[in-house]
Design a protein around this ligand. Structure first.
Ligand SMILES: Nc1ncnc2c1ncn2[C@@H]1O[C@H](COP(=O)(O)OP(=O)(O)OP(=O)(O)O)[C@@H](O)[C@H]1O
Ligand SMILES: [Mg+2]
Length: 136
């Protein structure tokens, strides 16, 4: 692999949601993901970027390639210093939204990715880590 193995991207404006999709699309494609998985990963990244923009106003997305036990994957980390999530369990439920959303973002991300870890502290911020593994 001659492609860069990691990178980061600041989310500060609505246009960055579009830009983040492109960054993630390029990274996933370079790693060898097929069109279906690329679309899943890009959709998940889009939802998480949108959440940062809507609830925290700004944040950072890090991406890096994974090489574990002969498996290749892509890890995306979304970090913000926003208000945090009061009830994580509720936030993961389909249809739960504190805003005007449909509450489909986080449950959708869970379905689209192989792994999802959320850490959130009210008043401090939220970190969401998602991973997708390349199928052999
Ligand atoms: N980064 C974040 N910071 C603070 N709260 C968040 C963050 N991400 C999600 N949340 C909280 O979790 C809830 C559920 O998020 P989710 O993305 O599933 O739905 P939504 O954003 O409300 O609607 P949708 O994504 O369908 O437009 C949000 O309404 C919000 O309260
Ligand atoms: Mg959302």
């Amino acid at each position: 692999m001659n492609e860069p193995h990691q990178g980061e991207f600041c989310i500060t404006s609505e246009n960055d949601i579009v830009m983040a999709r492109k960054v993630v699309r390029d990274a996933a494609t370079a790693l060898g993901f097929g069109i279906t998985d690329v679309t899943r990963i890009v959709t998940a990244a889009s939802e998480l970027t949108r959440n940062i923009y809507h609830y925290a106003k700004s944040g950072v997305m890090h991406w890096r390639s994974l090489n574990q036990d002969a498996r290749v994957g892509l890890e995306l980390t979304f970090e913000d210093s926003g208000p945090g999530i009061v009830d994580l369990e509720k936030a993961m439920e389909m249809g739960f939204s504190t805003g005007k959303g449909l509450g489909m973002g986080l449950p959708g991300v869970k379905r689209l990715m192989d792994e999802l870890v959320i850490e959130s502290t009210v008043g401090k911020g939220t970190t969401v880590v998602v991973r997708k593994w390349l199928k052999k």
